[in-house]
Design a protein around this ligand. Structure first.
Ligand code: PEP
Length: 249
């Protein structure tokens, strides 16, 4: 049985005291314990948030990391640093990183390697912009993101990885992929993994949907056979909404 996961990407939001209050509200809520909750605050706050959530079912992640091990990379954070403050997860290749920071699949493959070497779980993001979908190129594009970012891994490493499909046209726009569109792409991604690593591996990997997922549409999205949860942006900034999404399976 693969894991059900709901992860909240807080992006560049919340002051320190707001962030501490938010995680306090989340860990103090009642939620379905079979769902792995993950909060992904600004890296600054991770150390304290990891302490608050340490005895709970709420995991902690970061939004980005360096592809390098250590050294003269001003402003960067390494996977060892992230692990040393108690985080367990990291987003890799969120569409905002790809778009604004020009991150390429080949850079992302290195970041995935860093995380796995330090026993952290990559949440590898993929997804097409609207123009690619309108051209009918969305499957090819997602295929190359998955192949170039992940398919150098061996089977054991692949099993430790989470994939998040986030159509860029649905992120922060209020437009959600339809349930059928989400299922179609998740099924396609699982098929890619099955072709490369076998059906057992593909069946064990969690594939999350992201893009304007809210309490009002989470149930329909999560009901799909290949949708194992969500990567939540805006709605993760409010504890009640985040928990309502986690309770939507
Ligand atoms: C995201 O940025 O990963 C995301 C899914 O954002 P939103 O839920 O706000 O669309």
């Amino acid at each position: 049985m693969r894991k059900k996961i709901v992860a909240g990407n807080w992006k560049m939001n919340k002051t320190y005291s707001e962030a501490i209050a938010l995680v306090g509200d989340i860990v103090g809520s009642s939620y379905d314990e079979s769902v792995q909750l993950i909060v992904i605050p600004p890296a600054f706050y991770v150390s304290e948030i990891a302490k608050i959530s340490s005895s709970t079912n709420v995991g902690v992640g970061v939004q980005n990391l360096s592809e390098h091990d250590s050294g003269a990379f001003t402003g960067e954070l390494s996977s060892k640093m992230i692990q040393s403050v108690g985080a367990q997860y990291a987003l890799v290749g969120h569409s905002e990183r790809r778009e604004y920071f020009n991150e390429k699949n080949s850079d992302l493959a290195l970041k995935v390697n860093q995380l796995l070497a330090d026993d952290l779980t990559p949440i590898y993001c993929c997804g097409e912009v609207l123009e690619e979908r309108e051209k009918g190129n969305h499957f090819n594009l997602v295929k190359s993101q998955i192949e170039e970012g992940l398919f150098h891994l061996d089977k054991d490493q692949m099993l430790k990885t989470v994939i998040a499909y986030e159509p860029v046209w649905a992120i922060g726009t209020g437009v959600t992929a339809s349930s059928d569109q989400a299922q179609e792409m998740h099924h396609f991604i699982r098929g890619l993994v099955a072709n490369k690593y076998g059906v057992d591996t593909a069946d064990s990997i969690s594939i999350l949907y992201g893009g304007s997922c809210k309490p009002t549409n989470a149930k329909e999205l999560f009901a799909n056979a290949d949708v194992d949860g969500g990567l939540i942006g805006g709605a993760s900034l409010n504890a009640a909404d985040f928990i309502a999404i986690a309770n939507s399976f």
